[in-house]
Design a protein. Structure first.
Length: 179
């Protein structure tokens, strides 16, 4: 897989992690301000405190946002952590499927798409390592060529200074050419 395509998958997965994290963070903050809530389940009404749930969702959202940021900065561990966090998020959404089926399906779909981007969008570790070695060799080659060009430019500049200063440069005589 070429480098541009791999980078595109990484940005796509990071964007979905940012999206999921932001939604969880917003839901967590909203749950903190709605301290009591009424849920009906199976014809019975339940009242419970949403503060712990809001804190958990807020922290979970921050964790997802942090993982998305680490993914953008190409941290190796972010890919595996992203898959684990998204899988746990899917299980959590399925737990609330009865209360809000449409929302659970949408979030589960986004999470599955992000997991796909994290797992199918990159080449193997060996290919990534080979690509990094090739980049390093190219940079070293460029640096050595750059340094050689600077040396040549200095030598040419020094030769021009000597010839323009009018200093006498001894010319070989005919007999010296033969030697």
């Amino acid at each position: 897989m070429n480098r541009t395509r791999s980078r595109g998958w990484m940005l796509f997965a990071a964007t979905l992690l940012f999206l999921t994290g932001a939604i969880n963070l917003i839901q967590g903050v909203a749950a903190l301000f709605m301290t009591d809530n009424l849920f009906s389940f199976g014809g019975e009404a339940f009242f419970f405190n949403l503060t712990p749930w809001g804190i958990l969702l807020g922290l979970w959202g921050l964790l997802l946002l942090g993982t998305g940021f680490a993914l953008v900065t190409r941290k190796g561990w972010a890919r595996a952590l992203g898959v684990v966090l998204l899988a746990i998020n899917i299980v959590a959404q399925l737990a609330f499927f009865a209360a809000n089926p449409l929302w659970s399906l949408v979030v589960t779909g986004v999470n599955l798409l992000a997991i796909y981007a994290l797992t199918a969008g990159w080449s193997s570790a060996a290919a990534v390592e080979e690509e990094q070695e090739a980049i390093q060799e190219a940079e070293e080659s460029y640096q050595s060529g750059y340094e050689a060009g600077l040396r040549e430019a200095r030598e040419t500049q020094e030769a021009r200074k000597v010839s323009s200063s009018g200093a006498h440069i001894p010319q070989p005589t005919r007999g010296e050419h033969a030697r």
